[in-house]
Design a protein around this ligand. Structure first.
Ligand code: ADP
Ligand code: MG
Length: 491
């Protein structure tokens, strides 16, 4: 009992003194509780407000962090919210106890640029109101926007520390320079981002690494025609996640899908995979109907489209080592011969720059970057023609993100893969894709070649997305790369 009580007291003090916000809101939020109950919890535990005033405070907090329809959202469960809304709910619950210090560990890493911009503004405002902020991030551009001082860590040590302006202008440590260089931006298109010494195997260098931009004119390997998807709500209104979306992906092409969180990007993934039947419209794969097919009809063609998600851990069976994961994928792809499967598993690992030693490790024993490589290797097992990537690098730190980002064009060139690349990160999309589709509220508002859209966005919403990308100040060591908002036509 005393131990229990002490536990409660520690929790209370911690809640009041220091608020904590982690990156992965889905893990941090209780799936069984409503968002409102989650945000109300600190108000109750710390006796900040009597019961009858908590509901109003929850709505105020959700509103403060930019959750639209806060009253309606408070009644929903975490899985019913998009990643961005979940993250904002998490920040609201950390702020509920009015802490003196907020520790934010990659608080905006999973968010689109517009929401990130709002959250950074919010954090900036809270800071000027006297909140202490320890902001942990792989993204120097994010840190540079609000931090007074920056400490750069490497291998568990702080290798450099100083005022923000000095760190950006005159980075002293090689790690700091590597971090500055790893941020993709308009001027890095087609170049390698990861530091070459760190790439272990024979990944091609700059000139060959980027697959040449391909025209979108070839035969469509995957096409959506007027696709609409509505999610019926239990206890809340139905949501049209995707409305009347038409897009075509040519063989070997890389098509980016960008938009704010909640704009319907992720819903496109299961639609493209043929897993989610649209309410209207059609999806075709290699010129033949694909959406709404019964499982039996889909099975023989399923290998053609494979998925890579943000968090591969959730899609791996934790008991199986990597060798077994790949073996099952190869068996499902119809490879009957055991020794051939073994050889291909090793070859797949090599393709993603991992060595055979990884075959025996279980996913939990791998780093985030290694895990994502395994997820890509598994997706490649059935020799797909299309890889659907939903935020594949969003959970990775900048240098690992750069390595995975470098891997994709290489695989594209080598295997003739088409990429449907869903991301809230406009920099990565610009870096990797030939064409881009901009979504808002489930609909496509703009579509075109990446270079053109970046240079001269036609829709105000695209302009807004581009303007919200945090850029390093021009003139900083990495600032020869102009901020997208400073590009002509993007203001
Ligand atoms: P994005 O990936 O752009 O953040 P999503 O496609 O995840 O957007 O979500 C689009 C909208 O659909 C959001 O409003 C979200 O809350 C809703 N939504 C997504 N999946 C579901 C679901 N399984 N049930 C109910 N609503 C959903
Ligand atoms: Mg998403």
């Amino acid at each position: 009992m005393p131990g229990h009580r002490r536990g409660v007291r520690v929790r209370q003090e911690r809640g009041r003194g220091v608020g904590l916000v982690l990156q992965d809101a889905l893990v941090s939020l209780d799936p069984l509780r409503t968002v409102g109950a989650e945000v109300a919890e600190p108000l109750r535990v710390h006796r900040i407000l009597p019961r009858d005033r908590r509901a109003a405070e929850v709505v105020r907090l959700l509103d403060e962090v930019g959750v639209p329809d806060p009253g309606e959202r408070a009644a929903q469960h975490p899985h019913e919210l998009s990643g961005g809304l979940r993250q904002r709910a998490l920040i609201a619950s950390a702020l509920a106890a009015r802490p003196a210090v907020l520790v934010a560990d990659e608080p905006t890493t999973a968010l689109d640029v517009v929401v990130q911009d709002q959250v950074l503004r919010l954090l900036g405002r809270l800071r000027s109101d006297g909140l202490g902020l320890l902001l942990i991030s792989h993204d120097l551009a994010v840190v540079a926007r609000i931090a007074d001082r920056i400490a750069v860590m490497h291998d568990g040590r702080i290798v450099e520390e100083g005022p923000t302006a000095r760190i950006l202008d005159r980075p002293a440590h090689p790690r700091t320079r590597a971090l500055l260089a790893a941020v993709p931006g308009p001027m890095t298109r087609g170049r390698r981002l990861s530091d070459r010494a760190a790439a272990r195997t024979a990944t091609p260098t700059s000139a060959e690494s980027a697959a040449p931009p391909r025209p979108g004119g070839g035969a469509a390997v995957l096409a959506c025609e007027g696709v609409t998807k509505v999610f019926a709500g239990a206890g809340h209104p139905a949501r049209t996640a995707v409305r009347d979306v038409s897009l075509r992906l040519a063989a070997g092409e890389a098509l980016g899908v960008v938009g704010e969180s909640g704009s319907g990007k992720s819903t496109l993934a299961p639609l493209a995979m043929g897993l989610l039947p649209p309410d209207s419209g059609t999806v075709t794969l290699e010129g033949r109907p694909w959406s709404g097919l019964p499982e039996r009809a889909r099975r023989p063609r399923r290998s053609a489209v494979q998925l890579v998600q943000q968090d591969p851990l959730s899609s791996f069976d934790p008991r199986y080592p990597v060798g077994r994961v790949l073996d099952e994928a190869l068996r499902a792809a119809g490879e009957r011969d055991r020794s051939r499967r073994r050889a291909r598993a090793a070859a797949l690992l090599a393709q993603v720059d991992l060595d055979g030693g990884h075959l025996r490790r279980r996913p939990v024993e791998l780093s985030g970057g290694q895990r994502q490589r395994v997820a890509i290797a598994r997706a490649l097992a059935p020799r797909p023609r299309v890889l659907v990537c939903d935020e594949p690098v969003s959970a990775l730190d900048a240098s690992v993100q750069a390595q995975i980002t470098d891997l994709l064009p290489h695989l594209r060139g080598e295997l003739g893969l088409a990429l449907l690349f869903i991301s809230h990160d406009l920099g990565v999309v610009h870096h990797l894709c030939d064409r881009v589709v901009v979504m808002r509220d489930g609909a496509v508002v703009e579509e075109g070649p990446v270079e053109r859209v970046w240079r001269a966005p036609a829709h105000p919403h695209t302009e807004r997305l581009l303007a919200a990308v945090p850029g390093l100040p021009p003139g900083s060591a990495a600032g020869e790369r102009p901020h997208p908002a400073h590009l002509p036509g993007a203001t």
